[in-house]
Design a protein around this ligand. Sequence first.
Ligand code: AMP
Length: 133
Amino acid sequence: MEYCVFCKIAKKEIPSFKVFEDEKFLAFLDINPRNKGHTLVIPKEHFRWVWDVSYLGDYFEVVGKIARAIKKALKTDFVVSFIIGEEVPHAHIHLVPRFPGDKHGPLIDLSLIQKIKKEEMEDIANEIRRFLS
Ligand code: AMP
């Protein structure tokens, strides 16, 4: 694929608030967080859709590990996950921690974007990373 923002993030050509990295996967904070700690987990290799990833089992293991770290870091037992892929054509799984009174309702309201300063995004990413090490 000619231009893919998540391939660029995977290759470190574009910065991200990195949460986790191994040989095959990368997780980083969504730049339009629907709640504090909103994380995207991607395969480094380019696939258009999550369902195209040829190592889905490994992918889900990593997503689970990150979800558990988010629970600890953001001090909530409630982390929702969803897959869209309409905006960015590179497989990614959303993980969004939920909090009482976060105004989302039963589903995540995608229009509800939190304004979080860069320093706080860095702190959140560090905190999640702390529970992954
Ligand atoms: P979707 O493809 O509809 O699942 O949504 C793509 C998500 O990627 C959106 O929530 C965007 O805010 C997020 N996003 C787009 N560009 C970046 C980026 N450079 N860094 C982090 N998140 C991004």
